[in-house]
Write a protein that binds this ligand. Structure first.
Ligand SMILES: [Ca+2]
Ligand SMILES: [Ca+2]
Length: 347
């Protein structure tokens, strides 16, 4: 394979490094309702905006963990600024006669092990940045056990210690690369960026037959959205056949422009081979990836018989996890027969 693969080692390294850097910047996104904080490679979300949704510090933690995260860790002023920003766009319901001034969100900071030794949930991490309100923490002895859990005030996100059994709104944080949209079936590989599942076709066939085969497998020919995904798909290809393979890009529709097989998605990303891509040919209407080791693309006649790469939505999200598309919600129902708790939210 590797028809154009005779490149110098130095050049290959340059390519790989470029891919790596681009991958870092485009890595993943947050599900709807979650806000990205790139510095910590995480997404955060306010919970308990309704009074009925408020929880004790420990129960708030449990809920965050069900979203594959934990209570938020605030490492710098940037996170404080982000919390203030999302707080401004969120309506927090107050209890009758409750002062919004003294209410706040649980955060992942506590001194439950040793009095006045404040640590984040990752106990190996020393808390260097602090944002205590004037006079706090005071371990106010009004409550029998003092105050061992930290909250950030609604009004300015500064911190106060409070007794851990108070019921408050809270802020969860989870990694950008969470598997929030569910698991891939056996023999499919999950692309972390899009959360979709990728699989080789396993036989050389014409482009249209390949598309039909992917649809039979509850998917379509793959839509490649960025360098990160291209690299991921290319690795799967190389591990399997290491031959050029059909992807969803084609110009068989009206207008003669390239579009993706799955719907009429605009073509925002391409990775044409620098030479001999065939993309301007009038008879080469279907696209393969893998003309070289780094997974560049070329257009071929659609009647050529090539292996192919399918993409589908994950089978089913974990209980209580947000489903990001109508399609994955449908897939979920088909597999589990119910959307009650499993497909808790369709965005
Ligand atoms: Ca304390
Ligand atoms: Ca206090």
């Amino acid at each position: 394979m590797a028809a154009f693969g005779q490149r110098s080692v130095l050049f290959l390294w340059t390519i790989l490094f470029t891919f790596h850097s681009k991958a870092q910047s485009s890595l993943g996104s947050c599900d709807a309702g979650w806000t990205k904080y790139p510095s910590s490679k995480s997404c955060i979300k306010i919970f308990g905006a309704e009074v009925s949704g408020r929880k004790t510090w420990s129960n708030a933690r449990l809920t965050c963990q069900q979203s594959e995260g934990d209570l938020v860790t605030i490492r710098d002023a940037g996170m404080t600024a982000l919390i203030k920003k999302i707080r401004r766009s969120t309506t927090i319901k107050l209890k009758p006669r409750e002062s919004g001034y003294w209410t706040g969100f649980w955060i992942g900071l506590h001194d439950r092990h040793f009095e006045n030794n404040w640590i984040w949930l990752d106990e190996n991490e020393t808390a260097t940045y602090t944002n205590w309100y004037y006079g706090q923490p005071d371990d106010w002895p009004y409550y029998k056990n003092g105050e061992d859990c930290a909250m950030a005030y609604l009004r300015d996100a500064s911190w106060n210690d409070l007794h851990c059994t108070a019921k408050l709104p809270y802020i969860c944080e989870r990694p950008i690369l969470s598997s929030a949209v569910g698991q891939c079936p056996a023999k499919w590989s999950k692309n972390p960026g899009t959360g979709t599942c990728i699989q080789m076709g396993g036989q050389p066939i014409r482009w249209q037959a390949a598309r039909a085969e992917c649809i039979k497998r509850d998917g379509n020919l793959v839509t490649i959205v960025d360098d990160y995904m291209n690299t991921f798909v290319n690795e799967i290809r190389k591990e399997n056949v290491d031959e050029i393979s059909w992807i969803g890009l084609n110009k068989m529709g009206r207008g003669g422009n390239f579009s993706w097989s799955k719907g009429n998605k605009q073509v925002k990303y391409t990775n044409w081979a620098a030479k001999y891509s065939g993309k301007n040919s009038k008879v080469k209407n279907c696209v393969v990836t893998g003309v070289n080791d780094v997974g560049e693309w070329a257009a071929l006649k659609c009647t050529e018989r090539r292996d192919f790469i399918c993409e589908r939505q994950p089978v089913c999200p974990l209980v209580g996890i947000v489903v990001s598309t109508q399609k994955s919600a449908e897939t979920c129902r088909r597999h589990l027969g119910s959307d009650d708790e499993i497909c808790s939210q369709i965005v």
